[in-house]
Design a protein. Structure first.
Lengths: 407, 596
C-alpha cells in the first residue's frame, strides 16, 4: 500500500522544521548580550581584556582556584587557567589586573603574584618578593608556621616574607600589588587576628631578572589599590575581627596612603579610623572610597576625609569597590553596594559627594546577590553594548551593565 | 549451558548492594509497598559507608564529602538536613540541637532494612528508618573489609535467645586515610585542567555499638535499646580550596526502655528514652565550636483501640525536654503533644487518618495530619494528602554552634503534599511502582547572607515542588534480575525564582544481577543524577554525573563468604557531589563475611 501524498507532505514539513531548528547557526558572541553570566565558586574580582580584537572579562574564581576568561557579551568561556594547590595550600586567586595581552593575578593563598597570557590560558611567570620585613616587637602565632621563609616553622615571628597578596593594578609593563600579611584570621574576641604591616610591591616586565621592589606601608591590611596617571593610592582597612557586640568590626584604624609609583615612597597618609576603606577610585580632584563595614562612602579632598552615608550606618554593610568612569561632565565613580545589589553612580563636585543614580544589578531585597567588584568597560566592550561588569559574589554571577545606563 | 554459566559469572549482580552479609534478607528487592505511602526495601548495610544503592532505589539522593566513611546526608524529593527524621526501630536518632545528623552515624551495620518515607508526614520532608529483619533469631555475623585509601572496617553482631526474647550486641569500627586523587571539575566547558590533585585532610574514623534486648513475661513485653556512634575526621574544604588542619568530631548516643501490655484488643505501652550529641570542630589553633545537646522524653501509647466495626485507632501522648549547651550558654525547649491515628475499612478500600499536635515552650504550637485512601489488588492505588510543620531548631533560633547567627524571630515552616501511588504486581517476574506528588512549603527556612560577613536562617516564603518516581523490577529467573528506578523533580523557591538547592531535576539507578543471591553472583550498578544547583540562586551548577559500580560475592565455605567491589569502575575522577565536593575515582575493596 502506497503512502498517501498528504502524509508524506506532513512528514516532510516536520523534518524541514526540525532541520531549521537544529541547523540554525548560533549567533556570534557579539550579538548575544547575556546580562547575567554564571561564574565559578567564590568569584572575587573582574577585569576587562581583549583577545583577537574581541572583548573578554577575566574573573578569578577563588574557590575553584582558577582564572576564567569569558567572551563578551555572551559569557562563553574563552579560556581557563587553573592554579592547583601546593603542599595542601590553595592558590585562592584573589584579584586580577590587565595590561595589554597579559594579566597579573594575586594568589592570596600561595603568597605569589603571577603573570599570565590570559587569551591562551597560560602561565608566564610566578613572582614572590624576596625582601624580608623585620618585626619589632615580634608577632606571636598560636600554631607554628614558617612565615619568614627559612624552612622552619615558628610561633614567634621576628621576620616576615610578604604574604597574602590581595589587590593588584597594572599598566605599561608595571604592576603594583599589596600584601596584607594576615597571619591568622580573628576567630572570636579571645583570638584577634594576627597581622603584620602592609607591604606594597612593584613588579616590572623588563626588570632584567630582578625581583619586585617592596615598601612597608604605614598601615595594616591593605586591601585596595587605585592607579591613575601619576597617582597611586593604597587603602588599608586596619585589622578586622569580631568584638563582643559585633561579628566583625575594625579593631584598629585604617588609612588611605598616597604612594610615589616610582620610588614607592609614602607621600600622604589619610586617617580613616574605623571606616575600613575598600578599593578607591581616583577622580579628577578627589578620591572616592566605600566602607567594608557600613553603607557609606568617603571622599578625600586636600587631605580631608569626609564620610557620607548611603544607608543605615548602624547596620553592617559594604561598599567594596569603586571604579573611575569618565564622562563628558568629568570623572565619576561607580561603587558596588553589596547588600542592595546596586551600582552607585557617585558624583563628586568640588565640595560635595552624592549618589547621582542607583543602577540595579540584582534583585536586592532579602535574598540579595552581593554586588562586590566592578570594572568599567573599555571601548571594545562598549561597542558591543557592555558598559561595566559587576561580580555578584553570593550568587557567583557576572552582571553586565548595558552601556546606555552609564553616563 | 557453559556460555550461560560463564555469562552469569561475568555479569552477575548483587542487587541490594556490593557486599550483602548472608544473614540479611537476600530476596530480590520488591516494589515498595504503597499501603502507607512509604517506600521499603529489604536490603543490606553496605560496608563502605551508607547503602547508597538502597537509598537510591527508594528515591533518595546522597550528598557526601567524598571517600569511604566520609560524612554524608540524604535528600528526599529535594529536602534534606533537619527536614528529615531518622530512627532505628522507632528510636529517634535526630540530633537534639537541631543540627542535621551525619548519615554515617546511623547504625547501618546492625540494620537489615531501610525505609525512606517520602514527603510530608511525621517529619516535614520524610524520614530514614532502619530496622532489623528478625530480632528473635539467634545469629552471629561478622565482616572485615579492606580496600584502597588504607580503608578498613570490622563489624560484628551477635543475637542470642533470652527467655521469650533475645539479646543482641554489636560493634562496628572503620578507618580510612581518605586521601584520594581527583581532577579539577570540568564545570566550566573547555576548562584546561588535567593536573591530578589529592583530597587531603580527609581521614575518617568511625565506631558504633548496639545493645538491644526484649523479653515477654506473659502479656507484658519489655524491651530496651542503646545505640552509640562516634566519628572524627578531617574537614577537607572545597576542591581547590582545601582547609589546613580543620578537624571535626561528632557523636550521638540514644537509648530507650519500654514496656507494653495487651489489654483486650489494645496494646498499651510506655516508653522512656533519651539521646545526646556532641559536635566540635577545631582548627590548627584551637577549638572553633563545640555543642552538646540532650533530649529526654516519655511516650505513652495505646495501639489498636477498637472504635467500632472496622474502625480502630492508635493514641499517643508524649512529653520531652531538650537542651543544648554551647559557649557557656544553655538553651532549653520543653514540649508536650498528643496524636491519634485511625483506620477504617470502606468496602474494598481502607482509609487512614492521622492528626498530631504539639506545644513547645519557645515556638508556637505545631499541627500535622494526614489522610490516605487505599485500594488493594494486583493494581494497588493510594491517594494521600498530608500536612506537616517543623519548629525552628534551637540551632536555627539561637545558633549555639557560633558559626552563624541565630534568628529568634523564625516561625515554623509547613509542608502540604498530595501524592498518588500505583503498584502493579501481576506476578513474580515483573513488579512496578509509580508515584506522582506535588506540594508547597510555606515559610521555608533557609540560611541566607545578612551582609558580607553574617549568615542567618530566614523564613523565605513559599516554595513548591512536584515530581514523579518509578521503580521497576524484572526477575525472569532466580539468577538474573534487573532493577530500574527514576526520580524526577521540579521545584521553585519564590523568593529566588530558583529550584531548591542541591536538588537534581532527575536521578536514576539501574542494577543488573547475574547469579543467585544465595550463591556466587555479580552485579553492575549504574547511578546517575542530573545537574543540581549548589547555591540558593540556582546559578552555580554541579554537573550531571553517572558512575558505575561492580561487585562480586561468592561462598568460600559453609558460613563464609568472600566479596570484592570496584566502585566507580570507569574511574571518573572529575565527578562532584551537589556541594561541588570531589568524589573519588575507581576504588577496590575486598571483604570476608561469616554468618552462623
Amino acid at each position: 500500500m502506497r503512502p498517501r501524498r498528504g502524509s508524506c507532505a506532513i512528514v516532510a514539513a516536520l523534518v524541514a522544521a526540525l532541520a531549521c531548528l537544529c541547523c540554525e547557526p548560533t549567533p556570534p558572541c557579539a550579538r548575544r548580550f547575556v546580562p547575567s553570566i554564571p561564574l565559578g565558586t567564590v568569584p572575587n574580582d573582574v577585569a576587562f581584556g581583549v583577545c583577537a580584537g574581541a572583548p573578554v572579562a577575566l574573573v578569578p574564581a577563588s574557590g575553584d582556584g582558577r582564572l576564567d576568561v569569558l567572551d563578551l557579551p555572551c559569557g562563553e568561556l574563552h579560556s581557563s587557567l587553573p592554579f592547583p594547590p601546593e603542599g595542601g595550600r590553595p592558590a585562592t586567586p584573589w584579584a586580577v589586573a590587565v595590561d595589554g595581552d597579559r594579566a597579573w593575578v594575586t594568589l592570596q593563598g600561595q603568597h605569589a603574584v603571577v603573570l599570565v597570557d590570559y587569551c591562551a590560558g597560560a602561565l608566564v611567570a610566578e613572582l614572590r618578593p624576596e625582601d624580608v620585613i623585620e618585626l619589632d616587637p615580634p608577632l606571636h602565632l598560636s600554631a607554628p608556621e614558617d612565615v619568614d621563609g627559612d624552612g622552619e616553622a615558628e610561633t614567634e615571628v621576628r621576620r616576615l616574607s610578604p604574604r597574602a597578596p590581595e589587590a593588584v593594578v597594572a599598566a605599561g609593563g608595571v604592576a603594583f600589588a599589596t600584601f596584607t600579611n594576615l597571619l591568622e584570621a580573628g576567630l572570636d574576641v579571645a583570638h584577634p587576628p594576627v597581622i603584620g604591616p602592609g607591604v606594597l610591591a612593584r613588579f616590572e616586565l623588563d626588570a632584567d631578572g630582578e625581583g619586585p621592589r617592596t615598601a612597608t606601608l604605614p598601615c595594616t591590611n591593605p586591601q585596595g589599590l587605585a592607579w591613575h596617571d601619576d597617582a597611586l593610592w593604597v587603602s588599608c582597612t586596619g585589622p578586622l575581627g569580631p568584638t563582643i557586640d559585633s561579628t566583625v568590626a575594625a579593631l584598629g584604624d585604617g588609612a588611605l596612603v598616597r604612594v610615589d609609583p616610582s620610588t614607592l615612597a609614602t607621600l600622604e597618609v589619610i586617617a580613616a579610623g574605623s571606616f575600613a576603606p575598600g578599593t578607591p577610585a581616583i577622580l579628577d580632584h578627589a578620591v572616592v572610597v566605600g566602607s567594608l563595614l557600613r553603607p557609606a562612602l568617603a571622599r578625600i579632598v586636600d587631605g580631608g576625609f569626609l564620610e557620607t552615608a548611603v544607608g543605615d550606618v548602624r547596620e553592617i554593610d559594604s561598599v567594596f569597590e569603586c571604579a573611575r568612569i569618565d564622562a563628558a561632565v568629568g570623572a565619576r565613580a561607580l561603587c558596588t553596594h553589596f547588600s542592595r545589589d546596586r551600582l552607585l553612580l557617585v558624583d563628586v563636585p568640588i565640595d560635595d559627594l552624592h549618589v547621582a543614580a542607583e543602577l540595579p544589578v540584582g534583585a536586592g531585597g532579602a535574598i540579595f546577590r552581593g554586588a562586590q567588584a566592578v570594572a568599567v568597560a573599555p571601548p571594545a566592550a562598549r561597542e558591543l553594548g557592555v558598559g561595566a561588569a559587576v561580580v555578584l559574589g553570593l550568587s557567583a554571577e557576572l552582571a553586565l551593565v548595558p552601556v546606555e545606563l552609564l553616563p | 549451558m557453559i556460555a550461560a554459566a560463564a555469562a552469569a559469572a561475568l555479569l552477575g549482580v548483587l542487587m541490594g548492594g556490593q557486599t550483602a552479609p548472608p544473614s540479611t534478607t537476600v530476596s530480590a528487592p520488591r516494589p515498595a509497598p504503597i499501603d502507607d505511602g512509604r517506600a521499603a526495601l529489604d536490603g543490606d548495610a553496605l560496608a563502605l559507608a551508607v547503602p547508597e544503592d538502597a537509598l537510591g532505589a527508594l528515591g533518595a539522593v546522597l550528598l557526601h564529602d567524598g571517600g569511604p566513611f566520609s560524612p554524608s546526608r540524604v535528600a528526599v524529593r529535594g529536602l534534606s538536613g533537619v527536614r528529615l527524621a531518622s530512627s532505628f526501630e522507632g528510636l529517634a536518632l535526630d540530633d537534639p540541637s537541631g543540627l542535621h545528623v551525619d548519615l554515617g552515624l546511623l547504625p547501618w551495620a546492625f540494620a537489615d532494612q531501610v525505609d525512606v518515607q517520602s514527603g510530608a508526614g511525621p517529619a516535614l520532608g520524610g524520614a530514614v528508618r532502619l530496622a532489623r529483619a528478625d530480632r528473635d533469631r539467634p545469629a552471629l555475623r561478622a565482616r572485615v573489609l579492606v580496600g584502597e585509601l588504607a580503608s578498613a572496617r570490622a563489624q560484628g553482631m551477635l543475637t542470642t535467645a533470652l527467655r521469650d526474647g533475645a539479646l543482641t550486641v554489636g560493634a562496628d569500627a572503620a578507618s580510612t586515610s581518605g586521601a584520594f586523587s581527583f581532577l579539577p571539575a570540568g564545570a566550566a566547558p573547555g576548562a584546561a585542567a588535567t593536573t591530578p590533585l589529592v583530597r587531603a585532610n580527609n581521614d575518617q574514623q568511625r565506631a558504633s555499638a548496639l545493645a538491644a534486648a526484649h523479653t515477654r513475661m506473659g502479656d507484658l513485653h519489655l524491651e530496651g535499646l542503646v545505640l552509640g556512634a562516634v566519628h572524627a575526621g578531617g574537614v577537607p574544604g572545597f576542591a581547590l580550596a582545601p582547609t589546613r588542619g580543620l578537624r571535626g568530631e561528632d557523636g550521638l548516643v540514644a537509648g530507650s526502655v519500654g514496656a507494653r501490655v495487651q489489654l483486650g484488643a489494645a496494646s498499651v505501652g510506655v516508653q522512656a528514652g533519651g539521646r545526646g550529641s556532641h559536635r566540635a570542630t577545631e582548627g590548627p589553633r584551637d577549638a572553633r565550636s563545640a555543642v552538646q545537646s540532650r533530649a529526654l522524653g516519655v511516650t505513652v501509647t495505646a495501639a489498636g483501640v477498637p472504635l467500632g466495626d472496622d474502625v480502630d485507632a492508635d493514641l499517643r501522648v508524649l512529653g520531652s525536654d531538650t537542651s543544648a549547651r554551647a559557649a557557656a550558654q544553655l538553651y532549653q525547649r520543653v514540649a508536650a503533644g498528643a496524636g491519634v491515628a485511625a483506620r477504617a475499612r470502606l468496602g474494598p478500600a481502607r482509609l487512614k487518618v492521622r492528626a498530631d499536635g504539639e506545644a513547645l515552650s519557645d515556638v508556637q504550637p505545631l499541627f500535622s495530619g494526614e489522610a490516605r485512601l487505599e485500594l488493594g489488588g494486583p493494581l494497588a492505588v493510594s491517594l494521600g494528602v498530608a500536612r506537616a510543620e517543623r519548629a525552628p531548631t534551637m540551632a536555627e533560633l539561637y545558633a549555639p554552634s557560633g558559626l552563624v547567627l541565630g534568628n529568634p524571630l523564625l516561625t515554623p515552616e509547613r509542608a502540604h503534599d498530595v501524592e498518588l501511588a500505583l503498584a502493579y504486581r501481576p506476578g513474580r517476574v515483573v513488579q512496578a511502582r509509580a508515584v506522582a506528588f506535588a506540594g508547597v512549603i510555606d515559610d521555608a527556612i533557609a540560611y541566607l547572607n545578612q551582609n558580607a560577613f553574617e549568615i542567618a536562617p530566614v523564613n523565605t516564603g513559599p516554595a513548591w515542588r512536584a515530581g514523579a518516581e518509578s521503580l521497576v523490577v524484572v526477575e525472569p529467573t532466580p539468577w538474573c534480575a534487573l532493577e530500574s528506578s527514576i526520580a524526577l523533580l521540579a521545584s521553585r523557591v519564590d523568593a529566588t525564582g530558583a529550584p531548591l538547592p542541591l536538588a537534581p531535576p532527575w536521578s536514576s539507578r539501574l542494577a543488573l544481577r547475574a547469579g543467585e543471591r544465595a550463591a556466587a553472583n555479580m552485579s553492575v550498578l549504574v547511578r546517575a543524577r542530573g545537574p543540581a544547583a549548589s547555591n540558593a540562586y540556582g546559578t552555580l551548577l554541579a554537573p550531571a554525573v553517572a558512575l558505575v559500580d561492580l561487585a562480586a560475592r561468592a561462598p568460600l565455605a559453609p558460613g563464609l563468604w568472600g566479596s570484592v567491589a570496584l566502585m566507580n569502575l570507569l574511574d571518573v575522577r572529575d565527578a562532584r557531589d551537589q556541594n561541588q565536593l570531589p568524589l573519588p575515582g575507581r576504588l577496590w575493596f575486598a571483604g570476608l563475611e561469616v554468618a552462623q
